[in-house]
Write a protein that binds this ligand. Structure first.
Ligand SMILES: *[C@@H]1O[C@H](CO)[C@@H](O)[C@H](O)[C@H]1NC(C)=O
Length: 545
C-alpha cells in the first residue's frame, strides 16, 4: 500500500500536563475519514462544512465514506463555524442510519468497511486519552512509517482503492505486434500497482478492434497474479480501432452485477487510444458518463493533445486540468504513467462522474392544482417542490426536474430538458400559475407518464413525486400500476383531505417508504428531509453502476 505524507503540516509538542493544542491540522470540508490512515487524530474543521455536498452517512457512528467535518457538525461536536475535533476509527458495520440533525441530513448506507466517531477536544478528554493516543501512534510509527512522515501529522492513503475498473485496450492492426506487447506490459504493471483484490480494486479487460470483446470481467480474477497471467494470454484481435463502439459496449454490458459489479465501488473505464480512433467517441463517452462511469483516456502518440470532454457537469475537472486525460508522447514512455494513472483512479473522492442519489434521477413533480388547495396553499406546495429540488445536483447530465400541474385537466409546466441549472429550475417552479379546478389524479399520472417520463433518459432513475390534497374523481390504480411497471418510482404526498388508500396505490411498494400524509399545508416543510432521505435510502439499497 502506498502512504502519502500529509499535505497538511502539523507540529505538536504534546504537552503532558494539559491538553492545550495550539496548532492542529486543518481539514477541508470534503475530506473523508477513510482517506486518513491514523486510527485516532485531532484536527480542525474550517467554517462552512454544513453543506449537502459534503456527504455524511450514519448517525453517531459514521461510515468512513463520510466527510469528517460534516459528521462533526451532524454529531453536534462543532457547528458551521468550524472547530477542533477528535476522531476515532471503529469497526465497519451494516445498516448505517441516516438522520437529520444540527442542520445536516445524513444518509443511510447498507454497509461500509470502517466507521468513525467524533467528539470534542475540550473538557471531555483528559491527558490519559492523550497519552494512550500518543503511545498508539508511537508503536505504529516504529512498525511502519518513516519518522519524518510521522510526528502527529495526518497520513493520507491512496491504498483505500475500491474501484470497479474496466480497461479498454487497442487490438487493431494499426498498432502492430510490438506495441500490442507494450500495451500488455502496461496492463500488467497497472494490475501489479493496483494490488487487485475483492476488498480493493477489481479489473476486467475489453479488447477493441472492429468489435469489442470481453477478455475477462470483474469477477474472473481476484488478485494481481491471476490478472497478470490472464493478460499474458491475450492475443491481438486485429481490425479497426472502434473505440466509441467499445465504450458503448462497456456502458451496456460490462458493469453488471452478474459480472461482478459491486455497486458500492465507483465504476471506472480506462481507455487506451493510439492516435486517432476510427469512430466517434464523444457521444459514447457522454453516455458512459451519464451512466455513472468515470472514463480515463490514455492517449498515446496523439498528433495533438486530445481532450475528450467526458465529464460535462464537472467542466473544471475535464477541461482545465485534464484529470481524466493523460497524453503520452510515445509508446516507449507508457510505463512512466503507471503511477500517475493509478493515483488518479484511486482518488475516489475526485471521481466526479460517480452516480449518487443526488445526481442521477429525472424527478417529475405532479402537482394538484384543484380548487380546494387555494392560492395561498398552492404557494406552499410550490415552496415544497422548490425545497426538494434544491437538495439535488441539477444539470442536464445530473438530476433533472420536470413538473406537471393537474386539475380535471393536465398541463406540462416544464419538461426535463427545459432547465439545466438549479436556479432556472427554482425560478420556473416559482412561476407556476395556480390553475384551480377538479381533481383527476389518475389522468394526471397517465399524462405525466406519457408527456414527462417518456422523455426521461434510459440511464436515469425516474422518480415521480405526486402531491395532492383530496380524493381523485377517477381511478388512480390502473395509471399508477402502469407507471410502476415501466420503471417509475412513485412517491405520494397527501395533504389534509387526501385519501390514504389512494396515496398507497400511487406509491411504489413498500408504501410506508414512498408515501407521506401531512395533516395541514403548514406542516409540509417538515417532510422535505424525509423524502430526500427515502430517495437516498432507496438508491443506496439498489445495485447500481
Ligand atoms: C422551504 O424552505 C424555506 C427555507 O428554508 C422554509 O422557510 C420553508 O418553510 C420551506 N417550505 C416548505 C413547504 O418546505
Amino acid at each position: 500500500s502506498i502512504v502519502l505524507p500529509a499535505l497538511i503540516h502539523y507540529f505538536c509538542p504534546f504537552p503532558t500536563s494539559s491538553f492545550a493544542f495550539t496548532d492542529v491540522p486543518q481539514l477541508d470540508c470534503d475530506i473523508k475519514a477513510g482517506k486518513i490512515i491514523n486510527p485516532e487524530f485531532i484536527a480542525k474543521c474550517p467554517p462552512g462544512c454544513q453543506d449537502i455536498k459534503y456527504r455524511v452517512y450514519g448517525t453517531d457512528i459514521y461510515a468512513s465514506f463520510s466527510s469528517v467535518c460534516g459528521a462533526a457538525i451532524h454529531s453536534g461536536t462543532i457547528d458551521n463555524s468550524g472547530g477542533k475535533i477528535l476522531v476515532q476509527k471503529v469497526a465497519g458495520h451494516s445498516g448505517y442510519r441516516g438522520s437529520y440533525s444540527n442542520g445536516i441530513r445524513s444518509l443511510s448506507l447498507p454497509r461500509w468497511r470502517e466507521s468513525f466517531i467524533v467528539s470534542g477536544t475540550v473538557g471531555r478528554h483528559n491527558s490519559d486519552t492523550l497519552i494512550s493516543w500518543k503511545r498508539k501512534i508511537k508503536s505504529k510509527k516504529e512498525q511502519k512509517y518513516p519518522t519524518q512522515f510521522f510526528g502527529v501529522s495526518l497520513l493520507f492513503s491512496v491504498s483505500d482503492c475500491k474501484v470497479d475498473l474496466s480497461f479498454l485496450i487497442d487490438g487493431s492492426w494499426s498498432i502492430g505486434k510490438r506495441r500490442f506487447l507494450i500495451q500488455k506490459q502496461f496492463l500488467s504493471d497497472v494490475a501489479q500497482t493496483l494490488d487487485v483484490g475483492i476488498a480493493g480494486p477489481l479489473m476486467g479487460i475489453i479488447q477493441y478492434g472492429d468489435e469489442p470483446s470481453t477478455e475477462f470481467n470483474l469477477k474472473t480474477h481476484t488478485n494481481s497474479k491471476d490478472v497478470k497471467s490472464a493478460i499474458e494470454k491475450i492475443s491481438q484481435k486485429g481490425g479497426l480501432s472502434n473505440v466509441g463502439k467499445a465504450l458503448s459496449f462497456v456502458t451496456k454490458n460490462f458493469f453488471l452485477d452478474t459480472s461482478g459489479n459491486r455497486g458500492g465501488a465507483p465504476n471506472v473505464a480506462i481507455v487506451l487510444v493510439d492516435g486517432w480512433p476510427t469512430d466517434k467517441v464523444e457521444e459514447a463517452s457522454r453516455m458512459a458518463r451519464e451512466s455513472g462511469i468515470n472514463i480515463f483516456f490514455v492517449t498515446i502518440e496523439g498528433r495533438v493533445p486530445v481532450y475528450f470532454c467526458i465529464c460535462i457537469s464537472s467542466q473544471a475537472v475535464c477541461r482545465t486540468n485534464g484529470f481524466y486525460s493523460i497524453n503520452v508522447p510515445s509508446w516507449f514512455n507508457l510505463h512512466k504513467v503507471v503511477q500517475t494513472l493509478v493515483k488518479r483512479v484511486c482518488d475516489t473522492d475526485r471521481l466526479a462522474c460517480s452516480k449518487t442519489c443526488l445526481n442521477s434521477a429525472d424527478i417529475g413533480f405532479v402537482i394538484d392544482g384543484s380548487s380546494s388547495v387555494g392560492t395561498g396553499h398552492f404557494r406552499t406546495v410550490l415552496q415544497f417542490v422548490a425545497n426538494i429540488s434544491k437538495e439535488f445536483e441539477i444539470s442536464d447530465t445530473d438530476t433533472r426536474i420536470g413538473a406537471v400541474q393537474y386539475t380535471y385537466e393536465q398541463r406540462l409546466e416544464f419538461g426535463f430538458d427545459k432547465h439545466s441549472t438549479k436556479q432556472d429550475v427554482l425560478n420556473a417552479v416559482k412561476r407556476i400559475n395556480y390553475w384551480s379546478g377538479g381533481t383527476s389524479t389518475g389522468a394526471a399520472i397517465n399524462y405525466a407518464f406519457e408527456q414527462l417520463f417518456s422523455k426521461s433518459k434510459p440511464n436515469k432513475r425516474k422518480i415521480m413525486i405526486l402531491i395532492t390534497d383530496g380524493r381523485s374523481y377517477d381511478d388512480v390504480r390502473g395509471p399508477a400500476m402502469t407507471a410502476h411497471q415501466n420503471g417509475v418510482i412513485a412517491y405520494s404526498v397527501g395533504i389534509a383531505w387526501a385519501a390514504q388508500d389512494e396515496l398507497e396505490a400511487i406509491a411504489t411498494d413498500p408504501d410506508k417508504e414512498h408515501s407521506v400524509f401531512v395533516d395541514e399545508f403548514d406542516h409540509l416543510y417538515r417532510f422535505v428531509p424525509r423524502i430526500i432521505q427515502n430517495i437516498c435510502t432507496e438508491f443506496n439499497s439498489q445495485p447500481r453502476n
